[in-house]
Design a binder for this molecule. Structure first.
Ligand code: GDP
Length: 447
């Protein structure tokens, strides 16, 4: 018999109430032992909880969820206790004494998945909803939990199955006139899927950025004012500001909420040629982070006509922002070379004084507008994790191979089967055990 598990479902620490969750075949017996009798199903019932020796543990609201209509699909219960550490410990001890064991991370949700109550993408959405810090993250996770993402993959798989059935007919009846005709009918189905998967992959960044945070790199030469700008934008002293060049060696990330979205703003080593090994490593990390970021703010000291801007030019992309800093120093903010580069590369130009806070508000607004424009979408994005993007890419590869193999229906059919398997792995109905382990390990205990 599978073990009955329990865990504190609310955050540890002193609180008005604490919820202990129990799930597994022995739940009914344990609830009866603790509270005297089973309460009616799904009805909050006040009960005195007692240990085996009769000692009262708490007066608690109990909920009994007989399987299969419970979160896990098994018999399950919730005990709403007074939130003190001693009460929780007493009930935990009593449950352990009755034979329950402490649940591992995500074990309740894993059981729900195994019972077919949730698909894998929905289980991921449960974790995302628990982790959500912004309204946008919560909205996206909820849409995914309600099946918006899974539905899209199901439709793709159904269309794939139709194309596959056509090709299989061509393989099964090679002597009749069907084959050529049938392959011709399968081709447009595959073409349509290829186009849609390509579009979904092109849009993959949106969902991942909503979930993980929209990354903005502050890049520029040493002493241009990167740390000062990070602090001004973040509204607190997150980075160390010093007059000496080359102080920031590691990437310093600060999480902010802009336009309702999570944003990761990063300060990093100034880009300049160096032979000093620690600084060189800092520059390498800065380049890697900035290259992968969604947006780069290029800081140039306005008094520095050239701007050690050349160091980063290869990383700049259209849509990035050139920030001319230190305009309070009174020098005409010419920075001619940087401005020319900005015009050539399609960068917006803004003037600020990070030290005095001038122009910082306008910069924050410009960045917010950009984040909102990029991340807001009418629908639930098709991809919210790297895992989805990887499998979607695999499926697309197989579909494209199937398309070229079409004159040989048996080969094309095999590629379609592989594409279907890759799509199925996203919602997890075909799942490798190790993938499940990794996904559920990232959950909190009690979920
Ligand atoms: P980083 O090396 O690019 O991170 O630059 P910091 O933020 O550490 O700043 C380098 C120096 O420039 C410090 O002494 C700052 O006080 C100064 N600084 C930064 N921004 C401004 C500004 O807008 N105006 C003036 N006058 N000085 C600034």
């Amino acid at each position: 018999m599978r073990p009955t598990i329990f865990a504190l479902a609310t955050a540890p620490g002193r609180a008005a109430i604490a919820v202990v969750r129990v799930s597994g075949p022995a739940t009914a017996a344990m609830l009866t032992a603790l509270s005297g009798a089973l309460p009616p199903p799904r009805r909050a019932t006040l009960k005195r909880l007692r240990r085996a020796d009769g000692l009262t543990l708490d007066e608690a609201v109990t909920l009994w969820f007989p399987g299969p209509h419970s979160y896990t699909g098994e018999d399950a219960a919730e005990l709403h206790l007074h939130g003190g550490a001693a009460v929780i410990a007493g009930v935990a001890e009593a449950l352990a004494h009755l034979g329950a064991r402490l649940a591992g991370p995500g074990e309740f949700t894993r059981r729900a998945f195994e019972a077919g109550r949730l698909d894998l993408d929905q289980a991921e959405a449960v974790a995302d909803l628990v982790e959500a810090e912004t309204a946008a993250q919560a909205r996206q996770a909820l849409a995914q939990l309600e099946g918006a993402l899974g539905q899209r993959y199901r439709t793709w798989r159904e269309r794939l199955a139709r194309a596959l059935a056509l090709l299989e007919a061509a393989v099964d009846f090679p002597d009749e006139d069907v084959p050529a005709d049938v392959a011709a009918r399968a081709a447009p189905l595959v073409d349509g899927l290829v186009a849609e998967l390509k579009a979904a992959l092109a849009d993959a960044g949106r969902g991942v950025r909503v979930r993980e945070g929209y990354r903005i790199a502050i890049v520029g030469a040493p002493n241009a004012g990167k740390s000062s700008l990070l602090n001004a934008l973040a509204g607190r002293d997150a980075a160390i500001v010093t007059p000496g060049a080359g102080t920031t060696r590691d990437v310093i990330e600060v999480a902010l909420v802009l336009a309702g979205h999570k944003v990761l703003l990063a300060d990093m080593a100034g880009l300049r040629p160096t032979v000093e090994p620690v600084e060189a490593e800092g520059v390498r990390r800065a380049r890697a982070w900035a290259g992968a970021a969604a947006l780069r703010l290029w800081i140039v000291d306005a008094a520095d006509a050239g701007g050690a801007w050349r160091e980063g030019e290869s990383l700049a992309r259209a849509g990035d922002v050139l920030v001319l800093n230190k305009i309070d120093l009174g020098c005409a903010a010419d920075a001619a070379e940087a401005r020319r580069a900005a015009a050539r590369l399609g960068l917006a130009v803004l003037e600020v004084s990070a030290l005095k806070g001038v122009g910082v508000e306008a910069l924050a607004e410009a960045v917010s507008a950009r984040v909102a424009a990029e991340l807001s979408g009418a629908d639930c994005p098709p991809v919210t994790r790297q895992r989805h993007a990887r499998l979607l890419g695999d499926a697309l590869g197989h579909l494209e191979r199937a398309r070229t193999a079409m004159p040989a229906p048996e080969l094309a059919a095999e590629d379609l089967r592989l594409a279907a398997a890759a799509l199925a792995r996203i919602t997890g109905r075909i799942g490798a055990e190790d993938v499940l382990g990794v996904i559920f390990a990232s959950f909190c205990i009690g979920k």
